[in-house]
Design a binder for this molecule. Sequence first.
Ligand code: SF4
Ligand code: SF4
Length: 387
Amino acid sequence: MSQATPVAKQVLVLGASSEAARAVKELLALGYKVLWVSGDELPSNGLDSPALAKYANCRLYALEGHVGRFVSHFLHQGQRLALSTSAIIVATGNERYFPAERYGLELSSLVWTTSQVKEQLKKPLPQSVLAFRDKRILLLLDWSGETSKELVSESFSLAGELCERCRSEVYFFYRDLTVDSPGWEQRTRELRDKGVVFCRYGEPEVTVGEAAVSISYLEGTVEGDLLVLPEAVRPRGDTAELAEILQVRLGEDGYFQELNIRKYRAGLSARKGIFFAGRCHMDCDASEAESDALQVVAAVDALLGQGALEPEEVIAYVDPSKCIRCLTCVRTCPHAAVQVVEYEDMDVVAARVDELACWGCGACASNCPVQAIEMVGQEMPAWVQGV
Ligand code: SF4
Ligand code: SF4
């Protein structure tokens, strides 16, 4: 069996989300060198260290190599940039949009999104507060579809802030508010104590008039000054392209899909050494996304912490002299561990399995049409050996 291969404790973090920032901070605390890269601006959150290199406004266009020695190729300010790391954490977050079609309503002076309310509250005093002072605000969740956890959590925060800072009268309409996230039940109780009125509805009737909005539900009609609707979230527009470059899977919902059938580790993708953190692969609020990032960093540390990688006990090996370069194994491997390469010592071109990237699942061996692949380390049952 092969010896351990030394690897650098160097990690690429992709994305400008708060969970990306959390992962960067934790990796630095654990002594890793971190390359933090995003297609957007990076947050200026005081993260600075000689072990951290930041690159904003970069576009990943190619990835070479495998776990322990990935080389990511970016376009950065019109220049090509190649970054070598042992692992990659994808924490690109999600994308928000206003689902006007689903709601059947356009935004107006009487209909705002939660983000618009949040932006207004960030403005200087008294402008921020006066916009909502003594107004009755109707927050409507789960209308024509379930509101994501991130937006429910944000709506909770806004309801509290509107009550406390602006003395607004807040009605919180919901259909199926599940308080299954840590701390949500407590937050609901706190909001009730602050005066937020929770109203459960079945099929609400929403009317936007000239000067007021109203919601009719089972127990009557509530009229208000402002209707606040949460936006919806979806995978970022570049998710599919990124998945193709990284050779990782997307779920049917278009988010990154983690590998959870073998040797479970948080956020582990189908490719060894590539991990997903936070909202790019799960429905969660900002604090859960950051907790997920911490778990992912722990998984990265479990992989790279010793500064060396060893292959699995069972891995695939290609006999290059038998290989007919049909590419079946390249297409079959669910973990992108096989490539066709030149074996310089034998002057032959054939498939080769990266021993550190191979999970030993055997899919390639069972599909090779000329039996050129052997599973090394696999013990055959006695009855097979005797045949
Ligand atoms: S055994 Fe074959 S198919 Fe499975 S991970 Fe290894 S190379 Fe890929
Ligand atoms: S499936 Fe077999 S023959 Fe085809 S490329 Fe892979 S090792 Fe070679």
